[in-house]
Design a protein around this ligand. Sequence first.
Ligand SMILES: NC(=O)c1ccc[n+]([C@@H]2O[C@H](COP(=O)([O-])OP(=O)(O)OC[C@H]3O[C@@H](n4cnc5c(N)ncnc54)[C@H](O)[C@@H]3O)[C@@H](O)[C@H]2O)c1
Ligand SMILES: O=CCC[C@H](NC(=O)CCC(=O)O)C(=O)O
Length: 486
Amino acid sequence: MTQFIKGQWVAGLGHDVTSKNPANNEVIWSSKTATPEQVNAAVDAARDAQFDWFMLGFDARLAIVEAYRTQLEEHKAEIAEVIAQETGKPQWETATEASAMIGKIGLSVAAYNKRTGHTENDIPAGRAVLRHKPHGVVAVFGPYNFPGHLPNGHIVPALLAGNTVIFKPSELTPKVAELMLKLWEKAGLPAGVINLVQGEIETGKALAAHPQLDGLFFTGSSRTGHILHQQYAGEPGKILALEMGGNNPLIVKGVENTKAAVHDIIQSAYISSGQRCTCARRLYVEKGAQGDALLEQLASAVKRIKVGAWNAQPQPFMGSMISEVAAKGMVEAQTNLLNLGGESLVELTHLEAGTGLVSPGLIDVTRVSELPDEEYFGPLLQVIRYSDFDEAIKLANSTRYGLSAGLLADSREDYDYFLARIRAGIVNWNKQITGASGAAPFGGVGASGNHRASAFYAADYCSYPVSSVEADVVSLPANLSPGLSL
Ligand SMILES: NC(=O)c1ccc[n+]([C@@H]2O[C@H](COP(=O)([O-])OP(=O)(O)OC[C@H]3O[C@@H](n4cnc5c(N)ncnc54)[C@H](O)[C@@H]3O)[C@@H](O)[C@H]2O)c1
Ligand SMILES: O=CCC[C@H](NC(=O)CCC(=O)O)C(=O)O
């Protein structure tokens, strides 16, 4: 029983699907997909439950969301284990994902109060009141790289605001989704308030196209996000929040402590085996001896990064990629860049057939005249040597994306110059560009998002403002408008 519809676990009626541990290909979950009819039933259940969920009031909803937080705390080790097993990420990292899921509850409550909430102001003979109402029934689409934390970042604020949800997780991480739903069930969420439909693209398509949705909150690839954006064109009544990929630049300029710079570069490019939307994809390094020395140190450190299975001991820095297909895709991306004139500094290799295990790669693409503006979603960092800062910033901005960007430089003046000119939603200085804070908004511009930032600003897309001018009784104004007599 892998679909959760109207408070019941039911079997999927579609075709067989499995989820595999990408470090050894072992099947860890199997099921049948949800059919379009089951998607319809999930949307109907969410619609039936929505008004009562809203009318429960914020405090009662919060009590259930807090019970979910207790469940997350009690099952933290299990959550981290299942995420690691299903994604291949090492345990130290999935423990931080489980913690982020717990932390999301408090942050979402703070955001609800700060970004939405309720205010009243006295006006002549009455008051102006601002309230927020939920959109209604919303679909949440999740990616595989943070299968718990990122859908959770849509679901928790959506439920707090009074929406009901149909969750369609990535087909690569169904087991994590199932565990999340079991915890919501244990928390006592009323039937229909959250529903789970598992399946591949056709399940996603059936859900996204459902006429009864009031909104869709998506985290995933730019390709899928653009399809959804086109699909929602001409539907101004539906709220669409798109959190998509990036081709993120990191510039190094005038850094004294090269060891620290190498550390920030590695944490930016190779964490999660390069499978974070915020990962640095392009590294801009000044031409000359200082840049040469930095690259030499970087290449040497990249070669020493430990890669291994999620449960290997001692723990590796990089786990497996999500699948063998993804691993092969990265080898192919590297080959394409080499064919275009790139020069390998550290070769990315597929370490073991049948698995997603790859070693990290570093490639100098300075001589590639037309660098593809693609998000290579894995541990391959492209190096570009630059002559002056303006050139580096111009190259950094030459992307259709705009998610994250960073500068490693000891000069505040350089940072101010960079900050004013770079176009991205997350801009860091002397810090890794991954690991964004949930206490801040999170989203990109260009092909990275549709100006509906998530994390702390998720509250904004989970409700709409209702402005009212109110008085307790009907009364005549002190002066009637000219030309009126009653
Ligand atoms: N900006 C962010 O916050 C953020 C965070 C994490 C990941 N990402 C991005 O996500 C990508 C990796 O995730 P992914 O590969 O799982 O993304 P994906 O786009 O392949 O899939 C995301 C979800 O959309 C569904 N889907 C796919 N095609 C669909 C269609 N035509 N109609 C409806 N649903 C469809 C999938 O089944 C899945 O549930 C990377 O590009 C990464 O940068 C972005
Ligand atoms: O893969 C993309 C997300 C990466 C992650 N971002 C966040 O966790 C945003 C904060 C939040 O949603 O609470 C990162 O920056 O590493």
